[in-house]
Design a protein around this ligand. Structure first.
Ligand code: ADP
Length: 473
């Protein structure tokens, strides 16, 4: 299986290093070939220049003799002159003038001899030791006088130096390439990290933005680059979303507001009619059930309006310091009565005073809705316990019951508006109770967490930041 880096940073570094490896290989290969060609060209040029000098000397018989030996000695060095030079007659035999028997013979190919007879030089690469790969570069050069070949000069040089230069260049490349690659991979990783760091900041900021609060924006670190443009586009999108959400919210609030007045009138009229009507069973029963429905509608409308006000920060009251322990004690009698009617027992455990900054009536609704749900959904004989404590600078309110619990798939939705686990169940409301609870918790900058298992009861845990002076005291 091919390993693929999961981060963009890793992928950029891998691509960059791969590309650099390919470039280095191409550059290295081309350099080696060019170096080899250059060295060989130089070597061939040297061979030609030696051969021409010798040929000139041979053509002037007066200077031939010790002179040519000297010039060869100075040109090739004593050892090379001896080993890599020979003068032949036009038939390829050693010229006695310069051919002491100690000289080792250089090979003369048929083709070189034929070329020399035609007055053409021949350059060949002659292997001298097939096992080690050692070879000579051999120039067979005709000495032409009056239009015919009078002598053949053979000059050779070992290719060992060329091969050694190429090998050491290759070795340097192979040694330096991994160092250069590691260095540039590290550099590439660092640069990619630096270049992509703003992405992390954008991701972090985007993660903090919630549907309930779309007023936040992602940071624009550099307006003119790609990431700056991405941030600007994200912010535009957020602004459009905020406007749409605002419109939906306003629609809910306006609708609830418009429904409120006719419902109040309807309620008043039914109540008056009920009082003024002579006791006629059928009509009274109908009107009483109408009144119940109107009351239900009324409370839905009130809850929707309250949520709209909380979300729009349009509450008429101002926040104040509220003692949560007192709120619990205020709710206790009504909860006990409600529990008794359902055949359950609701215990509100007395707690030490804990102060939070907020709205007393809303905190009362919070406690009441949670405990009421526990009472409603726990079969008779069950127990509901409300406790209050303190942890890490926060008040911790817990409402626990030993009822049927909540299925995991329902847990994701119970805080949504109008969500009801089982609408046919007796006592279930309009599905706004927990939506209101969540809105109240958010308004107080708190958090709510549910732990529940089907058949194992439910525990709602609410944490609310303590009022500053109270937490420091
Ligand atoms: P409802 O008006 O239906 O009570 P809520 O928003 O208060 O609406 O609750 C939503 C759903 O969550 C309920 O219909 C119920 O299925 C489930 N639920 C809430 N509290 C509990 C609980 N303590 N035990 C079991 N189910 C619960």
């Amino acid at each position: 299986m091919i390993w693929r880096p999961t981060t963009l940073r890793g992928r950029v570094t891998l691509w960059y290093t791969g590309l650099l490896t390919a470039m280095l290989a191409l550059f290295g290969g081309t350099s080696v070939v060019l170096l080899d060609q250059g060295l060989r060209k130089n070597l061939d040029a040297s061979l030609y220049s030696v051969a021409r000098t010798v040929a000139q000397s041979v053509r002037r018989p007066s200077s031939f003799g010790p002179d040519i030996e000297d010039s060869l000695q100075s040109m090739l060095g004593p050892e090379l002159a001896e080993r890599f030079f020979q003068l032949l007659d036009p038939f390829g035999r050693l010229d006695p003038r310069l051919a002491p028997p100690r000289r080792s013979r250089l090979p003369l190919s048929v083709e070189a001899l034929r070329n020399a007879a035609r007055g053409q030089a021949t350059l060949e690469t002659v292997p001298i030791d097939p096992r080690s790969g050692k070879a000579l570069r051999l120039l067979t050069f005709p000495v032409v006088a009056n239009g015919s070949t009078v002598n053949i000069v053979q000059v050779a040089m070992s290719l060992e130096n060329v091969n050694a230069a190429r090998s050491s260049f290759l070795l340097i490349l192979l040694l330096l390439a991994p160092v250069a690659l590691t260095g540039s991979a590290l550099g590439g990783w660092f640069l990619a990290r630096r270049a992509l760091a703003p992405v992390d900041a954008i991701v972090e900021a985007a993660r903090r933005i919630e549907a309930e609060d779309l007023s936040k924006r992602v940071p624009i670190l550099a307006a003119e680059d790609e990431l700056g443009r991405l941030s600007a586009v994200l912010n535009d999108m957020l602004a459009r979303l905020e406007r749409s959400f605002g419109a939906v919210r306003r629609f809910g609030a306006d609708a609830a507001h418009e429904l409120r007045t006719p419902l109040t009138i309807l309620k008043g009229e039914i109540e008056v009619a009920l009082r003024s009507l002579p006791a006629r069973d059928e009509i009274q029963q109908t009107l009483t059930s109408c009144l119940e429905e109107v009351n239900r509608l009324n409370s839905v409308v009130e809850d929707l309006l309250l949520m709209a006000r909380m979300e729009g920060n349009a509450l008429s009251a101002r926040p104040s310091r509220v003692n949560l322990a007192e709120v619990l004690q205020d709710a206790a009698p009504a909860l006990s009565e409600l529990a008794a009617r359902a055949g359950n027992r609701c215990t509100v455990v007395p707690a030490l005073p804990l102060w939070v900054e907020g709205y007393e009536s809303l905190l009362f609704r919070l406690v009441f809705n949670l405990a009421e749900n526990g009472i409603k959904y726990t079969p008779s004989g069950g127990t509901i316990e409300v406790t209050l404590g303190q942890q890490d600078g926060s008040a911790v309110l817990q409402v626990e019951d030993n009822g049927p619990g909540i299925a995991p798939e329902a847990q994701e939705h119970i805080f949504d508006r109008f969500y009801r686990g089982d609408p046919s169940r007796e006592g279930s409301g309009a599905g706004l109770g927990l939506a209101l609870v969540r809105a109240i918790v958010q308004l107080h900058q708190g958090q709510i967490h549910l732990s529940s298992e089907p058949g194992g009861g439910s525990r709602f845990r609410v944490t609310l930041p303590l009022a500053r002076s109270a937490s420091s005291s």
